[in-house]
Write a protein that binds this ligand. Structure first.
Ligand code: SD4
Length: 332
């Protein structure tokens, strides 16, 4: 477990330090230039996890560039991923549980601390939009399973079988294989999308949506629909989201922890790193346990960090549209 990996990352170094000096909009009190990647960012901005984030950010950007709200942007953005049948960990085409059922988790949170979530919902293509309806049209934060499905249908969502022939075939192969005894979230199984956006007003919202851990036990719910675990936003401070092994994220209230660390003055990179280090410290066996955090603060600074190499995120703002590799603690 070496800090060298962190220091080696391309996001750091002289360029970052120079940018830090040139960036007047950044609150320098909160930044340790030795370990912080700094990009001067103008509002609006959207970031999201993994390669599919590029397409999702594009949809979010269409809203942000017209001075739309961060909330509308983070919903529209991840809906793209939910409808992508080639993505095996979100919405349509998501890997099923061990019984062959596609069960989805999602949550959304706005700049007024309002939030909504659905967990273990089936046969609904856009759980993120159901989560938003829970937030806006009920006194509750979370609905699960059949109750969430019935609520969605009552709000006009359509029933849709989300198990694609490809996902079904992989599941049938898995059932025959040794992997059945030891399910993992590894480099082939990591496509949850978490998205954070700051709009032209400077307000932050976030969304998170997934089909979760492939071939999980029927009924299992991960971190992604849990406010404070898979996602957390405090508009006075910033927002964070998580990807990877949800059980580990829940154990440390991951995204809330990242936001609280930023509240204490840590940069997004530092906050994500400290949360990852806490996960490592709290788990006796970290082997194969991948978690990545992504965060944004009120200055528009962005950062991420993961246990293992390979976590990346997409960023879109007025001057940037790119994938960035997050720093990490160790190689696989
Ligand atoms: C879960 N955190 O259900 C999700 C899975 C994930 O990237 O993020 N994969 O535990």
């Amino acid at each position: 477990m070496s800090r060298r990996n962190f220091l080696k990352t391309s996001a750091l170094g002289v360029g970052g330090l120079l940018l830090a000096k040139c960036t007047s909009a950044i609150n320098k009190k909160t930044i340790n230039p030795e370990i912080t990647a700094i990009t001067p960012i103008t509002k609006p901005i959207v970031i999201s996890t993994w390669n599919h984030g590029l397409a999702a950010n594009k949809a979010a950007w269409e809203i942000l560039e017209k001075d739309g709200t961060a909330l509308d942007a983070v919903e529209a953005g991840v809906r793209v991923t939910e409808s992508d049948a080639n993505n095996r960990s979100v919405g349509l085409g998501g890997n099923p549980d061990r019984e062959g059922k596609v069960t989805l988790d999602a949550c959304i949170m706005n700049h007024e601390n309002e939030c909504g979530a659905v967990a273990f919902i089936q046969d609904i293509e856009h759980p993120i939009s159901v989560a938003r309806k829970v937030m806006e049209e009920t006194p509750h934060v979370m609905l699960v399973g059949k109750g969430a499905y019935d609520f969605a249908i009552s709000k006009g969502f359509e029933h849709k079988d989300l198990l694609t022939p490809e996902a079904k075939e992989s599941w049938l192969k898995w059932k025959e294989s040794d992997a059945q005894k030891k399910p993992e979230i590894n480099s082939e199984n990591h496509d949850t999308i978490g998205m954070l956006a700051m709009d032209a007003e400077g307000n932050i919202s976030g969304s998170c949506t997934t089909s979760g851990w492939a071939y999980k036990l029927h009924g299992r719910v991960g971190d992604s629909p849990i406010i404070g675990a898979g996602l957390f936003v405090d508009n006075e401070v910033g927002g964070a989201c998580a990807t990877g092994m949800g059980e580990a994220v829940i154990r440390i209230a991951g995204s809330a922890t990242v936001v609280e660390l930023m509240r204490q003055g840590k940069s997004p990179n530092e906050a994500c790193q400290l949360a990852v280090e806490r996960i490592i410290k709290k788990h006796k066996d970290i082997k194969g346990l991948q978690v990545g955090f992504l965060a944004i603060n009120k200055n528009g600074e962005v950062g991420g960090y993961s246990v293992y190499a390979g976590f990346n995120y997409a960023q879109k703002d007025n001057t940037t549209e790119e994938m960035k590799d997050a720093p990490y603690e160790m190689e696989w």
